[in-house]
Design a protein around this ligand. Structure first.
Ligand code: PLP
Length: 396
């Protein structure tokens, strides 16, 4: 018998629908140009350029030596779940018990698990736009559709409660609030959260996930508020996602959390137990040292980001055909460059080819008028990047 020729398996509809990451595409092009000997400056990174503080690295090394190398509880080390709950109570004024906390592989897995257990076909994710690019993909992986709520540069990217009210339908299941926000740096104030809460009270079927991963990175004069602290009556449908990546410079450690109503967190934990199990055990002990440790290191890095955010914002302000809504937090600037008449992908490709500056096109975040520059780079690199942008604009 002649064996049938082997063929590559056909991808699932789910896999076929996934969009490749534009951020990775730009980084890969920048890397290839650099390897080809071109002088490239990159302001595309989404991660702190600082090392994880030494006491955290030491705690993980100690845990490794002490034999924390085996499977642990899928929901996380009990001591870490307790410490996260205590942090949420003391720093965020949330009434969260350790059972309401799931330790995840970064904030990303917290969001992924939550979307998987809350969303399905027929459900709608309410997503203020611009948005962090993984939210729509994760909603679609759960079979749900995405209802974008456009928050334009002209409105400072701020979610207008009337717009939220108008976007809600019987299918609306989950709203994403990301403050401080990626890519815009927009920070929701307490009165804004109160106004959003007032809308949500009229729509009991809508749950909310607050992505607070940039919590510690705030410009002076801005403070971080958790929705369930501002509106405790909504706590039964508010979820908080956060992690160690940005505040403690621990992107590669992959430790984050989901906190909220216990039945949903238990479902997310069950999903995690059947997919990835516990987060790397010794990394969790590093995270435990971080969260229980003094916040000096977090504050010192946040202060550096503030200086760099200012440097970037001052450099962009006044550039020809560049309109910047000054970022209030996180570590990005998201200027509107549409006056130059190019779509954001063409703008970024030409910027890279013509002056060797890598930044991310706004279309990746749902806003084709803008580009995202990261200030997670040293001041000399930021100055170099700004000069390259100026040169590019002058030649356009
Ligand atoms: N949420 C936002 C808004 C982000 O920008 C990121 C990372 O860039 C994440 C979540 C995921 O963070 P983590 O590295 O903890 O998975």
């Amino acid at each position: 018998m002649i064996a049938a020729p082997s063929t590559t398996p056909i991808l699932s509809a789910r896999a076929k629908a996934l969009k490749p990451s534009l951020t990775l595409a730009i980084s890969a092009r920048a890397k290839a140009l650099r390897e080809a000997g071109k002088d490239v400056c990159s302001l595309s990174a989404g991660e702190p350029d600082f090392d994880t503080p030494a006491f955290i690295r030491q705690a993980a090394a100690d845990a490794l030596e002490a034999g924390h190398t085996r499977y642990g509880p899928a929901a996380g080390e009990p001591a870490l779940r307790s410490a996260i709950a205590a942090k949420l109570c003391s720093e965020n004024q949330l009434a969260i018990s350790p059972e309401q906390v799931l330790v995840t592989n970064g904030g990303k897995q917290a969001l992924y698990n939550l979307f998987q257990v809350l969303l399905g076909p027929g459900d709608e994710l309410l997503l203020p736009s611009p948005y962090w690019l993984s939210y729509p993909e994760m909603a679609q992986l759960a079979g749900a559709s995405v209802a974008l709520i456009p928050c334009s540069p002209a409105q400072g990217f701020r979610l207008d409660p009337a717009q939220l009210e108008a976007a809600i339908t019987p299918a609306s299941k989950l709203l994403v609030l990301n403050s401080p926000g990626n890519p815009t740096g927009m920070v929701l104030s307490r009165p804004e959260l109160e106004a959003i809460a007032a809308v949500l009270r009229r729509h009991p079927q809508v749950a909310v996930v607050c992505d607070e991963i940039y919590e510690f990175l705030l410009a002076p004069g801005h403070s971080h508020h958790s929705l369930a602290a501002v509106a405790p009556d909504l706590a039964e449908r508010v979820f908080t996602v956060n992690g160690f990546a940005k505040g403690w410079a621990m992107t590669g450690w992959r430790v984050g959390w989901l906190a909220g109503p216990s039945t949903v967190v238990a479902a997310a934990s069950a999903l995690q137990s059947q997919s990835t199990s516990n987060v790397c055990s010794f990394a969790q002990f590093g995270a435990l040292a971080a969260i229980n440790g003094p916040r000096d290191c977090v504050r010192a890095m946040a202060a550096k980001f503030d200086e760099r955010r200012n440097l970037l914002a001052e450099g962009l302000t006044g550039m020809d055909g560049v309109k910047l809504e000054p970022p209030q937090g996180a570590f990005y600037a998201f200027p509107d460059v549409s006056a130059h008449g190019l779509d954001s992908m063409t703008f970024c490709n030409r910027l890279l080819d013509e002056v060797g500056l890598a930044v991310v096109p706004g279309v990746a975040f749902g806003e084709d008028r803008c580009i995202r520059l990261s200030c997670a780079a040293n001041p000399a690199t930021l100055v170099d990047g700004l000069e390259r942008l100026k040169r590019f604009l002058a030649a356009l």
